[in-house]
Design a protein around this ligand. Structure first.
Ligand code: DAH
Length: 349
């Protein structure tokens, strides 16, 4: 004879297992049947009230119920977990067939690229790359470069003055020579280059820009001569434009160098044969340079009887124009990123 309580629980269980279920109600069911005060758990406690000869069968029936529930629980749990996972996967799925937003790919600006190349050449020869202020004092931009007030050499550099006669936008990177020597406090060797913006009150046209990039160089040591400068210029231009490029010096005049020279290189457009770029001479002037004037050394704390040096300065745009076949300097300063290589042309649609 089946125990009445067992039959009750069994009926209840059969009814419950037919109900629709989710993870939450599945857990509630577990508590209802197998929890501390669960129906099956309580049946276990009933065993003491059962006649001795029925105890065994009673125990087996209770076990059957427990197993039935556990079996149900395990299979439902697995099914519901899987459903839950599928739902999440579906919700979070990325539709890889959707067109993506177009990412514009940048590229190095060609002026910047040229400056970096120049820096690499000089760094490989032990030079430091230094910086100087664009808002400069008259004494560094002119006076300590041996260009006193009222000197006609100032007229060549139509300068933007900011405050009175003392504060200006530097018209050349040469003041960085002075600053570097002052910092060097008489110590040698000094080997520096300084790329940086410079400003002049020029009217902008194909070959002039009121703002342009110069690269300055200075070397101070013992027994430095024009031939050291020549060797250095040769290395620079062969590295930039190829082994066939030749360098020549022509006498020139700068207040802060003595002697001063203009450095020409063979025209990279026609390889020296003569073309409109080199005005049919086969040569293009690219650098102003010379042996540092004794006055400049002295004013910056270097005894010209002991030390000597060379200095040079050139426009970066001019070299970039030659290297990349550009014929208008304004291209560097208008906003068309395709012109300066900053926007990768191949990436355009
Ligand atoms: N600063 C000169 C200019 O802007 C260029 C120059 C010439 C720089 C001779 C130098 C140099 O360092 O030695 O025209």
């Amino acid at each position: 004879m089946e125990n009445k309580k067992i039959i009750e629980v069994k009926n209840l269980l059969e009814k419950d297992l037919k109900e629709e279920i989710d993870l939450k109600s599945l857990n509630d069911l577990k508590v209802k049947y197998l929890g501390k005060k669960g129906l099956i758990t309580e049946l276990n406690g009933e065993i003491k009230n059962v006649l001795n000869e029925e105890k065994k069968e009673f125990g087996m029936k209770v076990n059957e119920l427990r197993e039935k529930f556990n079996h149900y629980y395990d299979s439902q749990k697995e099914k519901l977990d899987q459903e839950e996972l599928n739902k999440r996967l579906e919700e979070e799925a990325i539709d890889i067939s959707l067109p993506s937003t177009k990412v514009e790919i940048g590229a190095p600006n060609i002026l910047e690229k040229l400056i970096e190349e120049v820096e690499e050449v000089f760094m490989s020869m032990g030079y430091d790359v230094v910086d100087g202020p664009e808002i400069e004092e008259d004494r560094y931009n002119f006076e300590m470069l041996n260009i006193p007030k009222g000197h006609p050499a100032r007229d060549a550099q139509d300068t933007f003055y900011i405050e009175g006669e003392e504060i200006l936008l530097r018209s050349q990177t040469s003041p960085v020579q002075v600053r570097t020597m002052l910092k060097g406090e008489g110590k040698v060797p000094i080997r520096m280059i300084c790329p940086g913006k410079t400003y002049r009150r020029d009217d902008d046209d194909a070959s002039h820009s009121h703002q342009f990039m110069q690269i300055e160089g200075l070397l101070v040591d013992k027994d430095i001569s024009l031939s050291d400068l020549k060797g250095t210029m040769d290395v620079l231009f062969k590295r930039l434009f190829g082994k066939d490029v030749e360098t020549r010096f022509r006498p020139s005049y700068y207040q802060f160098t003595e002697p001063s020279v203009e450095v020409d290189i063979t025209c990279v457009n026609c390889h020296g044969k003569g073309c409109p770029v080199c005005k049919h001479t086969g040569w293009v002037t690219v650098v102003g340079a010379g042996v540092v004037h004794p006055n400049v050394l002295r004013m910056s704390g270097y005894d010209p009887e002991v030390w000597s040096g060379f200095a040079f300065g050139f426009g970066a745009e001019r070299l970039a124009m030659m290297k990349y076949g550009i014929n208008d300097i304004r291209i560097f300063y208008n906003a068309d990123l395709r012109e300066t290589g900053t926007f990768d042309r191949e990436d355009e649609e």
